[in-house]
Write a protein that binds this ligand. Structure first.
Ligand SMILES: C[S@@+](CC[C@H](N)C(=O)[O-])C[C@H]1O[C@@H](n2cnc3c(N)ncnc32)[C@H](O)[C@@H]1O
Length: 217
């Protein structure tokens, strides 16, 4: 169980916090449907255009090196959205068996051609896979979108289907200012804690994988 930032090469984004905050209550209901508006609508409703731009390539390299991934292994991305990370993992580890799961019909219908056949629709707290079938289960910025009980169940499910490694990244903060930014900015998170709170949750459910925080600067 290691606290490690494997997304340290992810580009920092410009967040118009005040602009979103003005409409945040109205936009939360829309965002939580994880439909077109969330991915490809206005920035106040979500990503404001979730398009492939290669930003996951250096992160895929980081995962490849940290977990010594090879083409013989099986990896699951829980909350895979349109499959950008899946695509780039396959790009840096040819023949890696990468699978994805997401709740969003819109995202999966828009998934990249080379990974669409390996994506399933479902929820992180009920993974449609047998025990111990993946060498690595990754879930980035997804399980905090479930309420507390379902978030706990998602961590149990991630542990159940992994025979080796797991990595989760969740919303958190290190300072009061970051917490304030997060609360003004976030649209979809239902379960969030400071790092100590997350670590207590990991202990409670027996999650022993790796983890890191998404901080709203
Ligand atoms: C912030 S996006 C992250 C997408 C991707 N992992 C990334 O980092 O770019 C959150 C994703 O979680 C998905 N999601 C929300 N609730 C979910 C659930 N219960 N089970 C699986 N995926 C879910 C959404 O559809 C969306 O694709």
């Amino acid at each position: 169980m290691t606290e490690i930032n494997l997304l340290d090469r992810y580009p920092t984004s410009n967040r118009p916090i005040a602009e979103r905050e003005a409409s945040v209550t109205r936009e939360r209901d829309v965002a939580k449907r994880f439909g077109r508006e969330y991915f490809d609508g206005e920035r106040t409703q979500g990503y404001g255009g979730y398009r492939y731009d290669g930003r996951w390539v250096p992160i895929a390299e980081r995962f490849r090196d940290f977990y010594a991934l090879t083409g013989a292994q099986r990896v699951l991305d829980v909350g895979c959205a349109k499959g950008f990370f899946m695509h780039d993992l396959r790009g840096v580890v040819p023949e890696l068996n990468v699978y994805g799961l997401d709740i969003s019909r819109y995202a999966l219908e828009s998934a990249m051609d080379d990974v669409r056949g390996h994506c399933v629709r479902g929820s992180a707290d009920l993974l449609p896979f047998a025990d111990d079938v993946f060498d690595l289960v990754i879930s980035i910025n997804t399980i905090h979108n479930l309420d507390l009980e379902r978030c706990k169940q998602a961590l149990r499910e991630i542990s159940r289907v992994s025979r080796k490694h797991a990595y989760v990244q969740v919303d958190s903060w290190l300072t009061d200012q970051q917490r304030e930014n997060f609360e003004r900015w976030q649209l979809t998170a239902l379960t969030y804690f400071d790092p100590d709170g997350w670590q207590r949750l990991f202990d409670e459910v027996g999650y022993v994988g790796d983890y890191y925080w998404t901080i709203t600067e």
